[in-house]
Design a binder for this molecule. Structure first.
Ligand SMILES: *Cc1c(COP(=O)(O)O)cnc(C)c1O
Length: 229
């Protein structure tokens, strides 16, 4: 089996190639290594191979891992990429660099309230259900503009962009990535701080090259780095 370091190197090669063919600089795409269900020892292995940003999906697992003696002293940048319930916000708020999966105004309100309490600034992304699959989380694309007015006013939190999980079908996925980019463009038009709205978190192990072609700035890769879950 290929080692984690080799997998990470291979993905960077694929990112470079996708950027080249899309006419983008490869520095404009960040690799988030998705370590959910994988032990701290493998996160350490990836970190030692140069990977800094890690994505976790489950609150308790994230807390256990981030406090693991193998990891608690190294400067890992944690991204929370899972569905976040309001009542769990307080556990993670001061431990993450970016919250990817905010999908309702009430969760953003809780994020803002806790950020004020901690006297910190928190960056987040809105999750959008671009596929229309009822099994998926996320706001509907046509709800975003109306929600934005409220979201932009909330203290101590900053909307930095949008996140989506695309359909398994490749043709559909490509269209969903494109729609997320267009949605971000339309948000920039109604924002008084459009320069903050820079991030498109889209693309996973099986579809990140298409996501890069459609403008992804963060790709979330799990199995292609750590193996099957
Ligand atoms: C698990 C997960 C990923 C990684 O998926 P892979 O197919 O293993 O790359 C990316 N994003 C989210 C939100 C996930 O839950």
């Amino acid at each position: 089996m290929a080692s984690i370091a080799v997998n990470i190197r291979d993905i960077h090669e694929q990112i470079k190639a996708a950027c080249l063919s899309a006419g983008r600089e490869s520095e404009t795409v960040r690799l988030i290594a998705v370590s959910k269900t994988k032990p701290a020892s493998l996160v350490k292995e990836a970190f030692d191979a140069g990977q800094v940003a890690f994505g976790e999906s489950y609150v308790q697992e994230f807390l256990d891992k981030s406090q693991d003696p193998l990891l608690d002293r190294i400067p890992i940048e944690w991204h929370f990429i899972g569905h976040l319930q309001s009542n769990k916000v307080r556990f993670i708020i001061d431990k993450v660099t970016l919250v990817h999966g905010i999908d309702r105004i009430s969760t953003a309100e809780e994020l803002s309230k806790r950020a004020v309490q901690h006297n910190i600034q928190v960056d987040y992304l809105l999750e959008v259900n671009t596929s229309g699959e009822t099994s998926k989380y996320g706001m509907q694309p046509d709800e975003i503009a109306a929600a934005a007015e409220t979201l932009f006013r909330m203290p101590n939190i900053t909307l930095r962009g949008l996140m989506t999980i695309a359909s398994p079908d490749r043709v559909k996925a490509r269209e969903e990535f494109r729609n997320l980019r267009l949605l971000l463009d339309s948000l920039k038009k109604i924002s008084s701080n459009p320069e903050k709205l820079t991030e498109l978190s889209m693309g996973m192990s099986s579809d990140f090259e298409d996501a890069i072609h459609e403008g992804a700035t963060m790709i979330r890769i799990g199995s292609a780095i750590f193996g099957w879950r």
